[in-house]
Design a protein around this ligand. Structure first.
Ligand code: GLY
Length: 371
């Protein structure tokens, strides 16, 4: 794969999309294959379009990318002000909008938005259960979500680490560490796989369930969840220097690569689902590739090879079979599984494009650190 050519194709395509979309915030294309505007300002993927625009702005300085990314950030003020439906994905929403803007331009209003969002995320911490509550809705198979945590939250922790870096107040980072440790204790299995969800009894603190959530069933192995764990733990290592997090990231990475090697490096949506029907999830491959590249930055040169080469295998597999670089269509990376049980398979999803682009830029030594 020629990374320069790939980046050029991505840039041309995203420019065409940006011109078509204006201030809309895309998620998945509609039946006609084209993007529409996000259906809810609170939706967890609403930051990725801005993140993608900021990544491309960092290498092109194209003002349209910057202007539209800033427009997403301003639109998300309705969620900050509205508050009631903000959940643990405050990280995804505001790291990629306000956080990116603050990092690249030093914008003070963006810094305040980031700290506001971090405060909302910190407020979700339950000190008795030592978890950040994931959701507000009752999405956990009849269990009370007040006691529920999910592996995905690992990717929202950088909002807290960043808030500590900005304010020098350790409380934000301390909450992130407590949550990461609870996930280590209850989510990570000895073989390197992870479950999606855990639920504790909010009164006794007892673990009461491990729902399969986005995965096939309890005890299965939802590949995007494995990818969130790889990248999330590697990032926690970056911020804390705690070796248990790097070890966790490596353990899930080894498990993930062993499984994807059976399917030509395109992950199945769940590594432990029935043989039929076959559902892939390219988004898991793109996220894991970014996680592997993160790990490669924290190991010695002999180990680095393994993680970098593995990331290349995942990204090449997506590029070869699943990329649509035609600027007239919306979305680049096809083959994403948005929701296992809602029959949302093999489609383009905005975060597939975001993580694929981040991985391409990282492989080129370009882009900027958004986490
Ligand atoms: N964080 C939700 C998902 O990965 O589907």
């Amino acid at each position: 794969m020629d990374l320069n050519k790939t980046l050029e194709k991505i840039t041309v395509k995203i420019l065409a999309e940006a011109e078509r979309l204006g201030e809309k915030i895309p998620y998945v294309p509609a039946a006609d294959g084209m993007y529409t505007d996000s259906q809810s300002i609170y939706w967890w993927t609403n930051g990725f379009w801005a993140g993608l625009l900021w990544q491309l702005y960092s290498v092109t300085e194209n003002e349209l990318f910057k202007r539209l990314a800033q427009s997403s950030e301003e639109r998300l003020d309705a969620a900050l002000d509205g508050f009631e439906n903000v959940d643990h994905d405050a990280g995804f929403l505001w790291l990629h909008t306000a956080g990116a803007n603050y990092r690249l331009t030093g914008n003070k209003r963006s810094e305040r938005r980031l700290l506001h969002a971090a405060t909302l995320l910190a407020g979700r911490y339950n000190p008795e259960l030592r978890i950040i509550r994931a959701w507000n809705e009752q999405w956990m198979k009849g269990y009370d979500t007040a006691g529920g945590a999910i592996i995905d939250t690992m990717m929202n922790l950088p909002l807290l680490y960043t808030a500590t870096d900005i304010t020098s107040d350790p409380r934000f980072g301390n909450i992130a560490v407590r949550h990461a440790d609870t996930m280590l204790e209850y989510m990570l299995r000895p073989d390197g796989s992870v479950n999606h969800q855990i639920v504790f009894d909010i009164n006794t603190g007892e673990l009461i369930a491990n729902p399969g959530g986005q995965g096939y069933e309890s005890g299965s192995s939802w590949s995007r969840g494995q990818a969130w764990a790889i990248y999330g733990y590697a990032i926690s290592y970056r911020y804390t220097g705690e070796i248990r997090y790097l070890d966790a990231a490596k353990r899930v990475a080894a498990y993930f690569m062993a499984n994807t090697s059976l399917t030509e490096y395109v992950p199945l949506a769940d590594f432990r689902a029935p043989d039929e029907p076959v559902y892939y999830d390219t988004t898991a491959g793109a996220i894991a590739a970014c996680g592997l590249l993160e790990i490669s930055e924290h190991v010695n040169d002999f180990e680095k090879r393994l993680y970098k080469k593995s990331a290349e295998l995942l990204i090449n597999a997506i590029d070869e079979k699943w990329c649509d670089y035609n600027p007239s269509n919306d979305g680049i990376v096809d083959g994403g599984s948005a929701s296992y049980h809602n029959n949302m398979h093999h489609e383009k999803i905005i975060y597939g494009d975001y993580f694929f682009t981040e991985a391409v830029l990282r492989l080129m030594g370009k882009g900027f650190y958004i986490w």
